[in-house]
Design a protein around this ligand. Sequence first.
Ligand code: CP
Length: 315
Amino acid sequence: MGGWCKTHLLSMRFLTREDIVYLLDKADEFRELLEASPRYRESLKGLVLVNFFFEPSTRTRVSFEIAGKLLGMQVVNVDVEVSSLRKGESLRDTIRTLARLKPDVLVIRHSQSGVPEYLARFSPFHIVNAGDGTHEHPTQALLDLLAIRRTFHHFEGLRVAIVGDVLHSRVARSLSIGLKSLGSEVIFSGPPTLVPPQVEALGARRVFPVEEAITGAQVIYLLRIQRERQEAGYFPSLREYATFFGLKESLWEKAFQNAFIMHPGPVNRGVEMGYGLVEHERSLVEEQVTCGLAVRMAVLETLVREGERIPCGEF
Ligand code: CP
């Protein structure tokens, strides 16, 4: 592939292996730039980024805002609670209204799966999916892949165990698509109620119990327990979860110290992983956050500078 040929970033399913490597190479340059001085390059000066988050976020929203500003963009954060959506305006009419204000990129997080793809059908600006329901979170996958590549320098043959609330995890879905595309082995584990057989359609294996799943893994990727999406009791209590499915310091020290630990954040300390493991020297959790900034700079610059011209659609 000679360059980039996508208009929006909606799903890891729409990225080829070459697309992913292209974005990772570019993000790697930005990750180096973030250690330099000055840390900005105003390649998107004068353009406008709108952040539109219908669900809580710290890492994704703030890193998109900083990424845009480091590239010279003007950034607008829409406060959904005081927008006209609260007066009954439909999402479609809201997007039509925003279109008249001429933004260049809209970054959207929504609790309903498929909303970014729906909007992309008629949006005259670039859309970036910042997480839709239980479906996908492509920039999270890309930042995870960047952190892995900067640690191991390859993906082929790498074994990654993804542990926890797989059922509700857009992170698990996007990351496993990316890892499989790049040649890694993916294993899912956690409470059997939260790791449905359907995940094997992603080309991954399910292994129980957790201790067996993480044996031999180079990366142990722990998922957040998403209590806000859980309608039923999938496990008896958080204490039981921590005991049987969390990565405790004692379990870590027993046999798994050669692996690196990852987590998308926010971490429920003492539940998905032991309190002290977040800052452990084999933890990539904080590096993932900085990789997120680099990836979002790469995504914004690539979409705007190299994306296909956006058709006018129904506007
Ligand atoms: N990992 C992630 O999406 O974090 P935020 O919810 O803080 O954006």
